[in-house]
Design a protein around this ligand. Structure first.
Ligand code: GLC
Length: 741
């Protein structure tokens, strides 16, 4: 046998022995530590408590320092900054018997101190690399402040804008949501950076189906068929785990009669056994305690028993593992093995982070001071804000504005706000870090405060007085163009912020209507955490830019877009309804047996509303225009053994350079279960100069055409398929093909 082969084999044996030695060292270390631990010390490791620095739930706790010193707390959240994490870690590693370091977690959802656009906004950029980069920056800043673990990404799919937490997710589509989950996990953790001081452990949440809360009412129960659970809600979790996510958080909701936090088939059987998840499962805030209110646990002791049995490893803020596990194990209602498995999962992550070697390694003031809110981070925040903006309307090419020729004024309730720009879940973000819309535009126009402004409009259901309206009209009297900020304040979306009627507050629409009665050109800058009901605004405004809550660089970002330095390219990842009665409304609906045919009575429709949304999934305009033609598929009929290539010609037919998100959809005309009329299966982003044409290519493989049968088996059904490509889900070129076995 050649020397070369021998050398390769020898190297392989050495490397594999090194790796297994590392793992062996870890196993030996953890086993050795666990042998020394008392039952109480083990129970301490599965208990997570908040500090009293801030409250992100219904209870607060101020005994955490005693809990640490007594070994009853293995992890804390809402504890950050170098001084505070060092102070608390010191208690753990100097005052406890075994000196096991603490894990520090925090909701770093869209930035730690450099606050990026909210996750729903980021998803509208369709820029996976940039989404990964903002998560990477968030991890760098958070880890320098002593944090090891972020309770992100939130990967809940939702089709209901009444649910305030849609702002934390990636919209309504499972395929896109899965790609974004992968990008965020890689940004936070990796790849393979756990243990380095610029990465944090990610946490996929909320497992599972929280986005299906009945009527969009937060914490409400969910009725989810097995097919929908496995087709719609679970895949982004599986994608995040495949990307390396190390923790999972259970959801508050009851799933078909069993709360997620006590759901053994999903937690232990699917997540841990079938999917082989080796990290740990943490509950959401006191969700073990809530099993009593759910009516599934007789009391808090029973709740602790059920959740450990189901596969929960760590109790967030409930204090029930701490209070009851010793007794439950002594009475054999839970086993020591269950506790040991949970403890081992938690210690394994502390080991991988390197905390046993240096418990203070993440709490580094020098690094913190050198990177926090760095100009390079702000630059990325501005780019992400601009790519997340969605141009919803632009009548007669009103935008971009001309700095020289267009006299504008700025009105509305959000023109000078700073803190609202961060949206909910703004971690260590400070309002003063945010550049307001007013400052951004004023600076862009010369910074001499020449821009006339008037803060006007409410967020409740009150209307403006005649006097207020007249003042605004007076200010606008000698100008043609009004920039009008409209939307929600940051408290109107997020957790515990469901809205039965998610409209734009009426006083804001009232002002728009008054301005239009005076023939003003109005550019609406919309800030919100969810799709809003805004049919009247759409009919009145001349131009509308969906800004979401755009983060620290909001002002400069929108100024550069308004005046054409940047051409907006965002595309909606969540459908905007025309009315609340249409909800849930989403692009990938199943066809029904009586699909909608305009003018035909006996089909699926409303008699008082269109079936169509105001703005569909994937929609977004540009200052330029794009044309699609020559859609081509490499085969017909096709065999699945080789990839299917789809191509289309894309032309920039307008006057500006622009970026287009070219979307690829499929339709399986008949399957083992009914199939959506359209399913996103790919996208490409393309930058084109005016008059430039390129061929955009996609590759489809067998996995793109699989679906689940009634037994939840992945199947392929040969037959008729439709391949579609276009600029949004309702504007596509299509071709029919046959795919054979
Ligand atoms: C909250 C949220 C969850 C968050 C946790 C800790 O109730 O549901 O997303 O990570 O508590 O703040």
């Amino acid at each position: 046998m050649g020397n070369r082969y021998t050398f390769i084999m020898a190297s392989f044996l050495v490397i594999s022995s090194m790796l297994s030695a590392q793992d062996k060292n870890k196993d030996v270390f953890i086993e050795g530590l666990m042998e020394q631990m008392t039952l109480e010390e083990k129970i301490g490791q599965v208990s997570l408590f908040t500090t009293d620095w801030e409250s992100t739930g219904p209870t607060i706790r101020d005994t955490y320092k005693k809990d640490i010193a007594s070994g009853q707390c293995g992890a804390l959240f809402n504890a950050h900054t170098v001084p505070f994490t060092r102070e608390l870690q010191k208690i753990a590693v100097e005052e406890t018997r075994l000196k096991i370091p603490l894990l520090f977690g925090y909701d770093v959802i869209h930035g730690y101190r450099t606050i990026f656009p909210i996750p729903l906004a980021e998803s509208c950029s369709w820029d996976l690399d940039l989404i990964e980069e903002t998560a990477r920056i968030a991890a760098k800043e958070a880890s320098s402040a002593g944090l090891h673990w972020t309770f992100a990404p939130m990967v809940d799919i939702s089709r209901d804008p009444r649910w305030g937490r849609v702002m934390e997710g990636a919209g309504e589509d499972t395929w896109l949501g899965s790609r974004i989950a992968e990008a965020r996990v890689k940004g936070f953790q990796g790849p393979d950076r756990i243990g380095q001081t610029d990465a944090v452990v990610s946490c996929l949440k909320h497992f599972v189906g929280y986005g299906a809360s009945t009527a969009g009412r937060d914490y409400h129960y969910t009725e989810i068929s097995a097919l929908t659970m496995h087709e719609l809600y679970l895949p982004p979790f599986k994608a995040g785990l495949d990307a390396g996510a190390l923790t999972v958080m259970t959801a508050f909701n009851d799933i078909n009669g069993m709360p997620a936090t006590a759901h053994k088939p999903l937690l232990n059987d699917l997540l841990k056994q079938t999917w082989g998840f080796k990290g740990f499962v943490v509950t959401d805030y006191t969700s073990i305690n809530e099993l009593v209110e759910h009516g599934i646990a007789a009391d808090e002791r029973d709740a602790a028993r059920m959740s450990l049995n189901a596969g929960v490893d760590m109790d967030m803020q409930g204090g029930l593992f701490q209070a009851h596990l010793a007794n439950l194990i002594e009475s054999k209602e839970n086993t020591l093995d269950q506790l040991d498995d949970a403890v081992k999962r938690i210690l394994s992550i502390k080991y991988d982070l390197g905390l046993f070697e240096d418990p203070y390694k993440f709490s580094d003031q020098t690094r913190y001071d050198s990177i926090i809110l760095h100009t390079a981070h702000r630059k990325v925040a501005r780019e992400m804000a601009q790519k997340s903006f969605v141009l919803l309307k632009n009548e007669h090419q009103l935008l971009p504005l001309s700095k020289e020729n267009d006299q504008v004024i700025l009105l509305g309730p959000l023109l000078d706000t700073q803190v609202d720009l961060m949206g909910a879940w703004s971690a260590a973000g400070e309002g003063e870090d945010c550049i307001s819309i007013q400052k951004g535009i004023d600076d862009y126009l010369g910074g001499n405060k020449s821009l006339k402004v008037k803060k006007i409009g409410a967020f409740d259901n009150s209307m403006l007085s005649e006097d207020q309206i007249n003042q605004a009209l007076e200010l606008a009297s000698d100008t043609d163009i009004v920039i009008l900020t409209m939307g929600e304040n940051r408290d109107m979306s997020g957790e515990a912020a469901s809205r039965a009627n998610p409209v734009i507050p009426p006083s804001q629409t009232q002002l728009l209507s008054a301005l239009k009665s005076k023939d003003k050109k109005v550019v609406v800058l919309l800030m919100n955490g969810r799709p809003l009901i805004m049919t009247e605004v759409d009919s009145l405004a001349d131009a509308i830019i969906e800004m979401w809550w755009p983060g620290v660089e909001a002002g400069p970002a929108i100024a550069e877009v308004l005046y054409g330095d940047v051409n907006p390219s965002g595309k909606l990842t969540m459908t905007f309804p025309r009315s609340v009665g249409q909800i849930p409304i989403y692009y990938n609906e199943r066809n029904t047996g009586r699909p909608h045919i305009p003018g035909i009575k006996w089909n699926t429709q409303f008699i008082d509303e269109s079936n169509d949304p105001l703005y569909p999934f994937g929609y977004g305009l540009s200052y330029t225009s794009f044309d699609y033609d020559n859609l081509n598929v490499s085969c017909n009929p096709c065999l699945l053994e080789e990839p299917i290539t789809v191509s289309v010609n894309l032309s920039n037919t307008g006057l500006y350079k622009g970026r287009e998100v070219v979307q690829l959809y499929i339709r399986d005309k008949h399957g083992k279960t009914t199939r959506p009329a359209k399913e996103l299966r790919g996208f490409e982003t393309v930058e084109l100069n005016p008059d430039e044409t390129v061929m955009v290519k996609f590759e489809l493989n067998k996995s793109d055409f699989l679906h689940l049968d009634m037994e939840l088996r992945e199947v392929f059904q040969a037959g008729d398929f439709e391949i579609m490509v276009g600029g949004h889900s309702q504007d596509v070129l299509s071709v029919n093909i046959v795919i054979e076995n």
